[in-house]
Design a protein around this ligand. Structure first.
Ligand code: TMP
Length: 390
């Protein structure tokens, strides 16, 4: 790829690697620099972190931790089941803890999941799960063992994979001629509107626009037939893809391409002004955190997210500013956050009315959280779309 760099987010650790105190000294860091691919307009990191450093048996993110995500995959599965033939063969790439898979019959649904802890869980639930990365070689083995698939799904996974051409061509070879491939990932247009630069971290080497995807899919003989705009993960696009050039194209495809054209999403100048807004967001966040510190306020963070790893490390926010982070995920509790080493505890132990301000690391679940925490007398802080109190 011929890339032009437009944004530097500084030294960053593995975003989802929550550490024991003893592991702090040998933590891995890399330079998080972001660029634009001249050929396709893809927004992509200048260098990619090696996948096994991120996706392994210690991977901490569990899709099922949020009710929003559980409901999201349940309702999507219901609507897909209506359009698929009975006993359709389903393959999920990146099945995490089975949050999508559990909506399907294990006789018809198989999965690929490189994180050993999760592959073990879904195998034990009866879903044949290949504990490997999605590669051409694996796709050929799957076709040999199970035949071609009617439906291939990937949620928050395709944007994790550096080599998109291999990924898409392997999908093409695994899909029946009239099969459907659907994938959903954070949307670049939403990231620009929300100034949510924290969508960028090691696991998200690319942030997709529909326009760039159209270019990359086309060179792998795949066509976008529909685009659903989703609110999950801070604004995502669900991309529906078919092999056939004769497939009916839903108006949502043209609509999204036009919308992206109107904000010049493929242009370097658009990305440079985004980089300026990111710098301003950092200055504003540090300004209010410094103010609260001088006032002796108790400030914590709510949700130990991979997104907050980017924010805290880019802005240099450590225990000088944030006392601790609360998170519901057992695997993250009693560890420290990547890079900045802020302690993580359970909400039962740390989220109460002694807290004056809680930075919303999980801002993408703000509605769910505000409802759940309606008795909180402090205020939430967010940086999305601008730094403010909620
Ligand atoms: P995500 O933004 O990467 O999906 O991660 C959300 C994180 O926030 C995950 O670790 C679970 C945590 N969380 C809470 O601690 N409390 C909540 O109410 C919700 C919705 C999420």
């Amino acid at each position: 790829m011929d890339k032009i760099e437009f944004l530097k987010l500084g030294k960053q650790p593995i975003a989802n690697r929550f550490l024991d105190q003893g592991d702090i000294s040998n933590e891995f860091f890399y330079d998080l620099n972001v660029g634009l691919d001249k050929d396709t307009g893809l927004v992509t990191q200048m260098d990619y972190v090696d996948a096994p450093l991120m996706f392994n048996k210690e991977y901490a993110y569990r899709g099922s931790m949020s009710k929003t995500m559980v409901n999201h995959f349940a309702s999507f599965s219901l609507s897909v089941a209506e359009i698929l033939p009975a006993n359709a063969k389903i393959l999920e790439i990146g099945s995490n803890d089975g949050v999508f898979l559990k909506n399907w019959n294990s006789e018809n649904a198989i999965a690929v999941e490189p994180c050993g802890n999760f592959a073990k869980e879904t195998n034990e639930l009866g879903y044949k799960t290949y504990n490997e990365f999605w590669t051409k070689e694996l796709s050929e083995r799957i076709v040999e063992e199970h035949g071609k698939m009617d439906f291939i799904f990937a949620a928050n996974c395709i944007c994790h994979i550096p080599n998109l051409d291999e990924t898409f061509s392997a999908v093409r070879e695994t899909l029946n001629d009239d099969g459907i491939f659907v994938f959903e990932d954070p949307s670049l247009a939403r990231m620009l509107v929300l100034n949510s630069y924290d969508q960028i971290y090691d696991e998200h080497p690319h942030i997709f626009s529909v326009s760039a995807l159209k270019n990359i899919l086309a060179r792998n003989d795949l066509n976008i037939v529909k685009v659903d705009e989703l609110t999950v993960h801070g604004g995502s696009n669900r991309i529906w893809v078919k092999k056939s050039t004769n497939a009916q194209i839903d108006p949502s495809v043209e609509y999204n391409l036009d919308l992206e054209k109107s904000i010049n999403i493929l242009d370097l100048s658009t990305m440079k002004s985004f980089a300026d807004r990111v710098q301003k967001s950092k200055e504003d966040l540090l300004y209010i955190l410094n103010m609260f510190k001088q006032q002796g306020k108790k400030v914590i963070s709510y949700g130990a997210t991979s997104k907050s790893t980017t924010v805290f490390n880019y802005c240099g926010i450590n225990t000088d500013f944030i006392d601790y982070i609360t998170d519901t995920t057992p695997e993250k509790q009693n560890k420290v956050s990547p890079g900045m080493h802020i302690p993580i505890i359970s909400p039962e132990d740390g989220f109460n009315n002694s807290v004056d301000y809680a930075y919303l690391g999980a801002w993408n679940f703000s509605e769910e959280i505000k409802k759940k925490e309606s008795s909180f007398t402090g205020k939430f802080i967010t940086h999305v779309p601008t730094v403010r109190l909620l």
